[in-house]
Design a protein around this ligand. Structure first.
Ligand code: BG6
Length: 480
């Protein structure tokens, strides 16, 4: 078990708490990682008593923990850890009771801000003025941190007045995904890949995060963000950093984060001079998904909007290792399926001794679904029919290789906060550097006055996204 802690979840009755935080804590409890003293305190404006909040938690777990893992006696024991306080960041009510609860124990205090970002600064100010911040306190922030560089700077500065950087945990839940961590193991625990990991050997890299779902009742938030702020600024750039960074000297937080920061700073600028060539924005229209006909984004929203639900970008990293290697990035809602993967395509052999030229090797790291790693190799087609070549994968499916349940990203991340391990969290300068690269792209889109290109729900985005790779004689990886 980790050390005794009290986790205070602001936004305790919200969606994230229900879908992710409470189930994650339950799973870790079931695995024996929560000490008997661990407590969870939900905080929100809603006037509820402890029993009512426990009822909320019970329902959250029944809905979001698979039946096979939902042991009822464990569930009841877990609920006993839970308390609730109604409090509002802007009013005194409730805060002294929270203080009293926290004072009862000399344990680690984690303040998890699962609220709208507008509340980050007011809540942290309150925590400071109520005297709740001390040696053993940590704060967890959910994305988005700002909507551009300036607003991120403002949020970070406000939080920084109350909490030192080494107790601030900015969550990017992609970093908690098993296969994402595996990317570091793959690169730095194997001697095989590192000598090949350069522009001399790699032709290009693709990072795709495709979602089948639409905006699912979050249109209000989503319309202010769009795919660029919602996915690219954080998840996709973090994946890009892990693929492209130099080997850190250790797995220690700042060692890894220093290397990621260098990648972000080396991204070649995209702005009004080149955005129309290097980026594609799209917005879904009515179409179909696996479940049947689905509405278009504007119908769901109920008013006109130029917010993008799809982005494709040809990015480049200007440093010795990567110069000239395109990183094609792509993400969108209402695409044909939910697939997140990183594909590294190696250069072709310099000279083919066979009748037909061999296909280039590809290393595919699949984050979801069916996590695994595939290395596409050329082999001889079996049989006496002569030297015919075939492209086949050396395939490691995690589900087949390991029989354990694949833990949700939040399970790992929440316990890392308690352990005081910041390796999988974004440092202030990383967030700000990411915005520094993103802002001019969004500004270029705004100044062009061009609406996002329409695509039919259930397709792979606008045709311009296909052209982005085909123009370079390449194509998006589609599983082969
Ligand atoms: C969130 C975005 O950060 O990530 C959502 O706000 C998106 O729009 C989600 O759906 C995707 O996460 P996952 O873990 O389901 O790939």
């Amino acid at each position: 078990p980790v050390e005794p802690f009290t986790l205070v979840v602001f936004g305790g009755t919200g969606d994230l708490s229900r879908r992710k935080i409470l189930p994650a804590l339950f799973h870790r409890d079931a695995a024996g990682q929560l000490p008997v003293e661990a407590r969870i305190i939900g905080v929100s404006r809603r006037v509820l008593d402890r029993e009512a909040f426990r009822g909320f938690a019970r329902e959250a777990l029944t809905d979001h923990v698979a039946a096979a893992h939902l042991d009822m006696s464990l569930l009841e024991k877990f609920l006993e850890r839970i308390d609730y306080i109604a409090a509002d960041a802007t009013e005194d009510e409730g805060w002294s009771r929270l203080g009293t609860l926290l004072e009862q124990r000399d344990d680690i205090k984690v303040f998890y801000l699962a609220t709208t970002p507008e509340l980050f600064a007011p809540i942290s100010k309150r925590l400071g003025s109520q005297g709740l911040v001390g040696r053993n306190t940590r704060i967890v922030l959910e994305k988005p941190i700002g909507k551009n560089f300036q607003s991120a700077l403002a949020v970070n500065s406000e939080i920084g007045k109350v909490f030192p950087e080494d107790s601030i945990y900015r969550i990017d839940h992609y970093l908690g995904k098993e296969t994402v961590q595996n990317l570091m193991a793959l690169r730095f625990a194997n001697a095989l890949f590192e000598p090949l990991w350069t522009a001399a050997r790699i032709d290009h890299v693709q990072i795709s995060v495709a979602e089948e779902l639409g905006v699912e009742g979050r249109a209000g938030y989503y319309d202010t963000a769009g795919a660029m702020r919602d996915m690219v600024q954080n998840h996709i750039l973090q994946l890009l950093c892990l693929v492209a960074m130099e080997p850190p000297t250790s797995i220690a937080a700042d060692s890894v984060r220093d290397e990621k920061l260098k990648v972000l700073k080396a991204l070649k600028p995209i702005n009004t001079s080149n955005a129309s060539v290097l980026t594609v924005r799209g917005q879904y229209r009515a179409g179909a998904s696996a479940g049947g006909a689905v509405a278009g984004y504007l119908d769901e929203l109920g008013h006109p909007s130029t917010t993008e639900t799809f982005v494709a970008i040809k990015a480049e990293i200007g440093n010795w290792r990567w110069n000239g290697v395109p990183f094609y990035l792509r993400t969108g809602k209402r695409l044909p399926s939910r697939v997140s993967e990183i594909m590294v395509q190696f250069r072709a052999v310099p000279h083919s001794v066979f009748d037909s030229p061999p296909e280039p090797n590809r290393l595919v790291i699949r984050l979801q679904p069916d996590e695994g790693v595939k290395l596409w190799l050329m082999i001889k087609d079996p049989g006496p029919g002569g030297m015919r070549l075939q492209h086949v994968p050396l395939d490691m499916s995690f589900a087949q290789a390991f029989s354990v349940r694949n833990p949700d990203a939040y399970e790992r991340l929440i316990l890392d906060v308690v352990r005081g391990n910041q390796t999988l969290f974004m440092r202030r300068d990383e967030v700000e550097a990411a915005w520094t690269w993103i802002d001019p792209i969004i500004e270029a889109w705004q100044s062009s006055n061009e609406a996002p290109k329409p695509y039919v729900a259930g397709t792979w985005g606008p045709s311009a996204a296909v052209a982005l790779t085909e123009r370079d004689g390449r194509s998006w990886y589609e599983g082969a």
